[in-house]
Design a protein around this ligand. Structure first.
Ligand SMILES: CC(=O)SCCNC(=O)CCNC(=O)[C@H](O)C(C)(C)COP(=O)(O)OP(=O)(O)OC[C@H]1O[C@@H](n2cnc3c(N)ncnc32)[C@H](O)[C@@H]1OP(=O)(O)O
Ligand SMILES: O=C([O-])CC(=O)C(=O)O
Length: 374
């Protein structure tokens, strides 16, 4: 009996959404290289591409953007919930619960995905996240601005000021790069739920729950914690060697599919560097530490095919853009929600309940002994 631990190398569906070449470090959304999408597209257009399989024409694009902009507001019930949450709650738990409230409000029972629920999910994640960020900072939440694009509005709601062109582009590219990644753990988790024909909100909540873990979307937070813990560039080598000697992982390194440099990390590194140079101070110091961790990490782990992944430099980008580290996984989720939805739609079209097997190796036929005789 061969057991594929962690479902490594197991194909669970055919897809036309995302292709990863893990040996060459290449990534394509619907056949388009992410290098091109990062350079020429934006979050809204790439979301459309991921969801509907083609680049939109001008009317489709404008309608999609308009619906997203008009749906950013969150309900009073969600706002009341966010105000009631303690300030040290895990932001992913807060996001998960807010999405759960959205599901309650729509009162969906089974799988029945409307265009509006797709738009609601994508457009409202940033509003929920920034609302809670502002409350934690003891600041008034900032209402969405419909004149701004998705990424610019996100930064505006977080920081209370409109982002510069460079900040906008860095955020927009980071969001494009996080939209989808084939059959990662959170996408699979959301598919498991969708395959039972449960409602879309329950599936998305499963995605958020899986993404939260430090081995997945939580690694961006862990990477920044690690850079801060290292403190100074002179400490990097000793810290990394010590970590490896203690069998601890370098966070933001390693990947199930990439055995080389993650192409997303390559793009994000350039933006992290640009922002570090612009902002200076702590951001620059942390960027330089990250670069050194990369060098030492690759020296020791590169021969095993372990390189920086998306979470390594996204941590510096998100920090430079004004997010507190605990919120990084929520920013990841706000882009990945598009990918979760696209995979759910693709899977359920030709649905089969996901129900693998477990190979039983316990005893059978044991005799029941009453409790007072054990
Ligand atoms: C968006 C994303 O989810 S990207 C991934 C984000 N996660 C991280 O950055 C956390 C750190 N990385 C990891 O834990 C892993 O590389 C994972 C979870 C991403 C992939 O895990 P798997 O494909 O199951 O690989 P697995 O955990 O079996 O590791 C294989 C070997 O590489 C080593 N390894 C893997 N990643 C790392 C790392 N970051 N640092 C040090 N060693 C590592 C393991 O110790 C193991 O070594 P061994 O064979 O000597 O025991
Ligand atoms: O593909 C994976 O396993 C993890 C990952 O990089 C992602 O979800 O973006």
């Amino acid at each position: 009996m061969e057991i594929k631990k962690g479902l490594e190398d197991v194909y669970v569906k055919e897809t036309e959404i995302t292709y990863i070449d893990g040996e060459l470090g290449r990534l394509y959304y619907r056949g388009y290289s992410i290098y091109d999408l990062a350079e020429f597209s934006n979050f809204e257009e790439t979301s459309y591409l991921i969801l509907y399989g083609k680049l939109p024409n001008i009317y489709e694009y404008e309608n999609f953007v308009k619906s997203l902009r008009e749906s950013r507001g969150i309900s009073d019930r969600v706002k009341e919930f966010l105000k009631s949450v303690k300030k040290n709650a895990d932001p992913m738990d807060v996001l998960r619960t807010a999405v759960s409230i959205m599901g309650l409000e729509e009162n969906t029972h089974t799988y029945n995905v409307s265009e509006q629920s797709i738009i609601n999910l994508i457009s409202k994640f940033p509003t929920i996240i920034s609302y809670y960020i502002r409350l934690r900072r003891d600041l008034e939440p900032v209402e969405p601005d419909t004149s701004l694009s998705h990424a610019a509005n996100f930064l505006y709601m977080v920081n209370g000021t409109k982002p510069s062109e460079e900040e906008y582009k860095a955020m927009d590219v980071a969001m494009i790069l996080h939209i989808d990644h084939e059959m990662n753990a959170s996408t699979f988790a959301s598919l498991v739920v969708a395959s039972t024909l449960s409602d879309i909100y329950s599936s998305i909540i499963a995605g958020i729950s899986a993404l939260k873990g430090p081995l997945h979307g939580g690694a961006n937070y862990e990477a920044l914690k690690m850079f801060k813990e290292i403190g100074y560039i002179e400490n990097v080598e000793k810290y990394i060697l010590n970590r490896l000697a203690n069998k601890q992982r370098i966070m933001g390194f390693g990947h199930r599919v990439y055995k080389t440099y993650d192409p997303r990390a390559r793009i994000l590194k350039a933006y992290a560097k640009l922002l570090a140079e612009k902002k200076g101070g702590e951001i620059k110091r942390l960027y330089e530490i990250a670069e050194k961790v990369e060098e030492i990490g690759i020296k020791h782990l590169g021969p095993k095919g372990i390189y920086p992944n998306v979470d390594f430099y996204s941590s510096i980008v998100f920090y430079a853009l004004g997010f507190e580290p605990e919120f990084f996984p929520t920013v990841f989720a706000s882009a990945r929600v598009t990918g979760w939805i696209a995979h759910i739609l693709e899977y359920v079209k030709d649905n089969k309940i996901i129900r693998p097997k477990a190979y039983y190796k316990g005893e059978i036929g044991r005799k029941y002994i009453p409790i007072d005789s054990r």
